[in-house]
Design a protein around this ligand. Sequence first.
Ligand SMILES: C[S@@+](CC[C@H](N)C(=O)[O-])C[C@H]1O[C@@H](n2cnc3c(N)ncnc32)[C@H](O)[C@@H]1O
Ligand code: SF4
Length: 389
Amino acid sequence: MTTGSLPPLSLYIHIPWCVAKCPYCDFHSLARRGPLPEGPYIRALLDDLEHSRGGLPGREIGTIFFGGGTPSLFSGSAIAEILEGVNRRMALAADCEITLEANPGTIDSSRFRAFREAGVTRLSLGVQSLHDPSLRRLGRIHDAREAHNAMEAAAGAGFRSFNIDLMYGLPDQTAAQAQADVRAVLAVDPPHLSLYELTIEAHTAFAHDPPILPSEDERMAIEEAATQTAGSAGYDRYEVSAYARPGYRCAHNLNYWRFGDYLGIGAGAHSKLTDGQGVTRVVRNTDPVGYMAGRDRIASRRRLARRDIVFEFLLNALRLSEGFTQDVLRDRTGYDFMDLESLWAPAVARGLLGREHDRMYATPLGRRFLDALLAEFLTATEILPAEAS
Ligand SMILES: C[S@@+](CC[C@H](N)C(=O)[O-])C[C@H]1O[C@@H](n2cnc3c(N)ncnc32)[C@H](O)[C@@H]1O
Ligand code: SF4
């Protein structure tokens, strides 16, 4: 397969350590033991980038995201050193958005200032809840007071933007508590809010010892109330879990949802990269010790089949309220709307997909049943070529 022009490129930098492992979390993160090996890890990240950049000739990085784990465990000078090293090796867009994830239990305002001075433009703060019993039940290392202080510090630190992560549908949570959390966060006026429904992920402590969660009806009512509250406060729900004030959408995540490319460096990081021939997914080994030693950094490399490309494109693009255009579909998958008519037609007929001129999107009904719709697409894409792109 040949794609059109290459998609925009983002850089993801994984910091795999946390103070403690939260019982619901299946991100690749390890509870830290002793001081972090900042120096050796920075050298490994930059060495990894040095080896990876040869495969990306002439490509510019549009956004950078420090994710984890808990990147705010790293010092401001460590983040500055990483960004200087990236800058020396790759061209960065003039308006490059640089996000860093922070845990309210690991910061103070001087650290926030140091991140900003290092070049970070956007902070993403994992508040999760502002109700102390919920925070304890989630195994968080911070309480509601620390979360409030961190939000105030984020608002006052001079970043171009900041995001607050909240979760809902928590063990024993009432609709009133969830709504109070949303209101308390909006009172700080963050440019961006991410609101995630708690999911019980396999191989987590919650999966082994499941908590009692609000019923599905209650969770749906919480989500509707939150969307209304955020909507009347001027936030646009532009993706299933993302709300932003005008001009403050997350450019990095938008690139994922538009099936753009990303290079992921760091232990356990994932990449998705397009070349003239097709799309490759690469996963790095999760062990930070091996990663720092430079041993077998790549755990797997897989060329996507054309059917996988179409399915993964839809998996991402249908999360966006705006959906996708014909041009983006063609650029990312090599197919036109017309080529995939048998895929769309049943969903359009049932009111799950909407189509306007050159744009396709999940209707409110389609987004409510997005998982079921995607399961149908997974089956339907089996008629497409199985060979690697
Ligand atoms: C990789 S975490 C990084 C943030 C930072 N480590 C922290 O926890 O403060 C990104 C976000 O994913 C969300 N998240 C993690 N596990 C989740 C789960 N099982 N269900 C729903 N949301 C989850 C949380 O809101 C979290 O802030
Ligand atoms: S939720 Fe955040 S702090 Fe908790 S284990 Fe996961 S990455 Fe670490």
